[in-house]
Design a protein around this ligand. Structure first.
Ligand SMILES: C[S@@+](CC[C@H](N)C(=O)[O-])C[C@H]1O[C@@H](n2cnc3c(N)ncnc32)[C@H](O)[C@@H]1O
Length: 412
């Protein structure tokens, strides 16, 4: 499926990784801000103090870092909160290796798996199978890492020549070259227009099609530059910035995966558990905002200010209104944090439905349930837990329905 943004384009960077340029550490790891980072990764996690304090009040147990990257946020959480363990997920094998090295000092409080975060329910069910507990939290720090941007051979950067790649998971077949060289004109125009190239989208796409095949980042940069009229080139940053961002979002299907993953995350949380998201792109942030609002209102359709009579059942509360932004001091120390927006919700005890029964989420948690004896709950297999949680996500958000069906099939 192809993902399209609907919002203004922002800086593509997120968490700030730097390639290490200093000498080798004797054991192959680099000490960075008190953390051990794997050779080649160094990281300043964005809004780390906010993230750490937001997970302070969650119940003891497992926090999923769904975008573990180099493990910076995960390490800060483990250091600050002895009651937490981490399951780190990333679809980039280089990030997985870096996070494993960073988190090694925390022993069995941390494990890291190579997977996409839209398999969240399944991965958590595997991790928790023997304990039959819900998750205490889920963190998403969206976007790309600096090594992905800064390592020329990854093909994300419009500043370095490399094959047009842009895959976070290099085992997937779709690359930026496939998109550029094989997508039909109208689909490419739609992709670029949705990412802020409005006026010039068709001109750029026509130039791309004429120049096919385009194999390298610099070939694409030159075609885009030539297609944009000179006066427009002097405004709005690098002329190829939006095109590269649009391609990156499409290659990695970033926006399409986010909503279902958020649904899964919310359905996994224990009462008091929190989901915290850092977004760096207005399209991403809109998805987060909409999902959180819908879960916090239970989809209530009653007029504002009047008591709810539509039977909506909120499953979360907003921990704070709106989005938090990084401080000016953080942005000046780490310009890649500039576009960050932080949102957080907390799972509330599921309300009883009209017939007095709790929602299926109770099955996923450890709360005693009048309809489901604990012994039965304990015996539920990992796959069945996954199916139940997905079922709840599907009940509140239609988009998860397909996922739930697939998981139920697995459980059978
Ligand atoms: C901004 S970095 C995270 C940095 C991390 N918070 C840290 O402190 O080191 C984002 C990471 O998310 C990963 N990522 C993006 N989309 C993903 C997805 N759908 N599934 C799994 N990982 C994903 C990227 O590969 C990248 O490593």
């Amino acid at each position: 499926m192809r993902s399209l943004s609907t919002g203004a384009v922002e800086d593509p960077y997120s968490a700030r990784f730097h390639l290490c340029r200093s000498g080798r550490h004797p054991d192959g790891a680099q000490p960075v801000e008190g953390l051990r980072m794997s050779q080649g990764f160094a990281h300043t996690p964005v809004m780390v103090d906010d993230v750490v304090s937001l997970f302070g009040p969650v119940p003891a147990g497992l926090v999923v870092d769904a975008t573990v990257g180099g493990g910076g946020h995960a390490a800060a959480l483990l250091r600050a909160h002895p009651h937490l363990e981490i399951l780190g997920i990333d679809r980039d094998v280089e990030a997985v290796a870096a996070a494993r090295a960073t988190l090694a000092p925390f022993g069995d409080r941390a494990r890291v798996v190579h997977a996409p975060f839209d398999r969240l329910i399944e991965l958590v069910a595997e991790a928790l199978a023997s304990r039959d507990e819900p998750a205490s939290g889920v963190l998403f720090d969206l976007g790309v890492s600096s090594p992905q941007l800064d390592r020329a051979e990854r093909g994300f950067s419009y500043r370095a020549d490399a094959p047009l790649d842009m895959r976070m998971d290099r085992s997937q077949p779709l690359t930026a070259a496939s998109v550029v060289n094989s997508w039909p004109e109208d689909e490419l125009v739609e992709l670029l227009a949705a990412n802020g190239e409005g006026r010039f989208a068709r001109r750029i796409v026509k130039a791309i099609i004429e120049a096919r095949p385009l194999l390298t980042t610099m070939q694409l940069v030159e075609v885009v530059r030539a297609a944009i009229p000179a006066p427009a080139r002097r405004t709005g940053g690098h002329p190829a910035k939006r095109v590269f961002q649009a391609l990156r979002l499409a290659v990695n299907d970033e926006l399409a995966l986010l909503g279902p993953a958020l649904d899964q995350a919310l359905s996994l949380l224990a009462p008091g558990g929190r989901c915290v998201v850092l977004a760096y792109h207005s399209g991403e942030d809109r998805i987060v905002k909409d999902r959180f609002r819908s879960a916090a209102t239970g989809g209530c359709s009653c007029p504002p200010g009047l008591p709810c009579v539509c039977g909506a059942r909120p499953s979360v509360r907003l921990v704070f209104r709106g989005a938090r932004r990084p401080s000016p001091a953080e942005v000046s120390a780490n310009p890649r944090a500039e576009s960050a927006r932080l949102r957080a919700v907390e799972r509330v005890t599921p309300r009883a439905s009209t017939n007095g029964e709790p929602r299926s989420a109770t099955l996923v948690g450890t709360m005693p349930s009048p309809t489901v004896p604990r012994a039965v709950s304990r015996a539920v297999s990992a796959a069945a837990i996954a199916a139940l949680a997905a079922q709840e996500a599907a009940a509140t958000e239609g988009e998860a329905a397909a996922k739930a069906k697939a998981l139920r099939g697995k459980a059978a």
